[in-house]
Unconditional design. Sequence first.
Length: 95
Amino acid sequence: MNLSKPEFRQLQLAVMASPGEPVYARLVLRRLSFWLTPIVANWPITPNTVTVCSIIAGTAGAVCLMIPGLGNYVTGVTLVLVWYFLDVIDGDLAR
């Protein structure tokens, strides 16, 4: 299903208004995904590919958080944020 930019924006605003949407997702991730998702949609990848990448990023982030050291913690938190952002993009692509 291909949506026009206004249709995609309207759908995204409806998701942002849902009560379960975290504040940082509404304020940062959804706004970034509005610009990045149309770019990713033109690539030859599926939402399932994005899901696999997000699982890899989330798992790697969790492993980094278990290893002591400031660098590992920063890397782990960054990978967890990448995981969540890829999950947002995955949902947008699936719609």
